[in-house]
Design a protein around this ligand. Sequence first.
Ligand SMILES: *Cc1c(COP(=O)(O)O)cnc(C)c1O
Length: 391
Amino acid sequence: MKKQTKIVNAGRSKKWTGNVVNPPVERASTVVFDSIKEMKHATANRGNQVLFYGRRGTSTSFAFSDAMTELEGGAGCALYPSGTAAITNAILSFVETGDHILMVDTAYEPTRDFCDKVLTKLGIETTYYDPLIGDNITELIKDNTKVLFLESPGSLTMEVQDVPRLAKIAHEHGCVVILDNTWASPINFQPFEHGVDISIQAATKYVVGHSDVMLGTATATKAHWPQLRENSYLMGQCTSPDDLYLAMRGIRTLGVRLKQHEHNALKVAHYVAQRNDVDVVLHPAFESCPGHQYFKRDFLGSNGLFSFVFKSGNAKSLEAFLEGMEHFKMGYSWGGFESLVIGVNNVQNLRSATKWPYDAPLVRLHIGLEDVDDLIEDLDKAFDRFHQALN
Ligand SMILES: *Cc1c(COP(=O)(O)O)cnc(C)c1O
């Protein structure tokens, strides 16, 4: 089945929807049973999408898990109240005290914080590695290395990783390969065809797509699914059926939204690239983006999120750029229908294993579904403010 058709059908088995188009919002804590036999059956079947108790899910969550599994591949999908919870629980499912993990240096900042502030406390060591390390990853693998964690492209700076190659080496050393696949969404990178064991989505972003729900998912191969699922259950992870319903609704338009985000963002990125005051555009579809060759080889498309670095500038001129925009709102997150902007004055502060090669500030744009001409006009004015503040 082709991708766009899957997007329409995913998770819509009659088992969950009955005779209507969408699954119900099934709210539950208590589930009641008619017999001891039924109760025992439900109790014993915790991996099998059987109604047991609200925390184990209802038809809304079963349908959404199925949808994500159908879109990303793999054998099952665990649900979490945020993307960050998906990341932390996926890692915790495969490590114990005394273990070591390899974390990409360009990881989402809260992922780093979890390694530095929580894993350390549990006696689990983290080594950060260059996203473009290639075969040299072998030298960082120790006897107690259990997890190789990737995020591709990297947060803010967009380095695209050679996922299949890194996964192959990790597997030769018995490591579990976890990928933060949020940028690609379940559409533009097929994790399990590239050697990944666990694929994470901050569904908060494009899956939900409307900036109104926090949600995370972790999809796993057949070999890793039981351990991931059981760990999530033991950690008490569960999600609200109302949020899942909105996420499910988001899925139906994910394909067309992404295409429009991609189209708009490429136009804006080309505008940014031809400006004299811009040093480099960090958009995976541009040759100027580190790892662009892996994007070309492995990805099915891009989206609305990219960054650029000024030729010169400082904290004050960056502030002038960011403040006073009409269409680009200042705010964290991305993946909704609206355009967003954030700026970072010193990228080096966010990494430890690699040297950031630029001195000037970086801006990250999320290009929404507005008319591109309005967005470019907004940026034109922001560049003017930037220069006024510099002079
Ligand atoms: C936003 C984001 C997350 C975290 O998702 P939340 O739902 O905000 O916790 C994880 N990874 C990436 C790449 C993200 O952009």
